[in-house]
Design a binder for this molecule. Sequence first.
Ligand code: NAD
Length: 491
Amino acid sequence: MQTHLFINGAWESPLRGGTLEVIDPATEAVIHQAPAGTAEDIDRAVSAARTAFDTGPWPKMSGADRAVYLRKIARKITEKREALALLEVRDNGKPLPEALWDIDDAAGCFEFYAGLAEELDANPEEIVPLGDARFASKVVQEPIGVAGTITPWNYPLLMVSWKVAPALAAGCTVVLKPSELTPLNALELGLIAQETGLPPGVLNIVTGTGPDAGEPLTRHPDVDKLAFTGSVATGRKVMIAGAQDIKNVSLELGGKSPFIVFADSDIEQAVEWIMFGIFWNQGQVCSATSRVLIEAPVYDAVLARLVEAAGKIRIGNGLDDGTLLGPIVSRGQYDKVLAAIERGRTEGATIAAGGGRAEGFDRGYFIAPTVLTGMSEDNYAWREEIFGPVVCVRSFETEDEAVRSANNSRFGLAAAVMSKDLARCERVARALQAGILWINCSQPTFTEAPWGGYKQSGIGRELGRWGLSNYLQTKQITSYLSDEPWGWYIK
Ligand code: NAD
């Protein structure tokens, strides 16, 4: 486990010498003291990234040359797969098979953007047809510059990869500020970058808290681009900070995503996907389908099966064989989730399953899979992102009612619909206000496809070619071709 910040290709002590306690959420044991960077360290990191961008080789290299580094990073992640997954479990709490999946996805993300970096070479410019034959216009794409990237704790290495891989592919240089709750694998990425010989200053990693390290990064005048994933409240602050210098800002924020289940659905499949949509990663998933709408004729049957199956989920330390639900990431999040359940209850919800601390644990932040029913659309638990293993369930009578209820939210990240009638699924998918729509499933995520939200769930898209565009800017180069003088002032 790393004890230093990664700045300009070297391992540096935080200038103020602070540390962050890293706590294993399954045991509550302090497992590491990670470096706590502050504004001074952010300054050093931004300065290194600025120099690497303005005078270093990185932005001027061919995409194919950058792809070589990205592929090396992907390979190293794969070589260290087990060790990285174990660190992820101890840092975040998630079950080991989920952590292994995340690490594979992280490697896949670097591999994918290596391919897109190569494509940049294949399409270096685009000719734009003009309505005036005296001129010719072409368009080139250039890296934006220094990217300040800030990530959350729910998929520690994967969320980092979703930003660092496309930023590097585009030719940007990066300062990364990962979540203070899960700093371990972000620092391991620094080691991997060093092992691949990435030029100094291209990737800099400063661990630290939001106020001490995140905020100075968002306000830094030498940062050109801010890419943030986290809560709406922090996203708003990032946008305000970025407004000072009119930085390019992209935001991946929270959600309260609906899942509409029609009566013709297979009940076992519906319950399986409802559970995958909310209990995977302990429900700490921005796109979790936490509001479930079930058509009235099957409401009782689906609910009964859901309550039964939720009660059987194997809860435990993510390192133990067979664990399907680990602890919540931290004491603070654990308290927040329990408080949200309690508020939902006092505002009228019925607890059909779970509702509190998982039984049989005297330590660790374990919460039982929870199913809430009987609440109104105004209920706190129905409206707000809880970010834990808590699903709210209501019934509906008509398709129109389901769509209206699903869209009645300030969020719009994802939504799911289940029915054997595929025309209806398609119609409902088009009517739902969300950036990611799942039909007859919930949550599968692919590096090739765009990811991001409508409404307060964010601005911009990550992943796929959209993720690369986040770090590119567009330049038109227009030439006057005619031999005729322009003749406006000088006749
Ligand atoms: P958070 O907003 O508390 O923190 C996110 C990051 O911002 C952390 O690194 C934190 O240190 C930093 N930060 C905090 N205050 C800051 C400030 N003033 N300036 C700059 N940076 C600051 O969110 P979290 O609790 O880490 O993550 C959970 C949230 O992230 C949920 O709302 C979830 O929905 C969202 N999320 C969204 C996506 C997506 O793709 N849309 C993915 C994962 C998580």
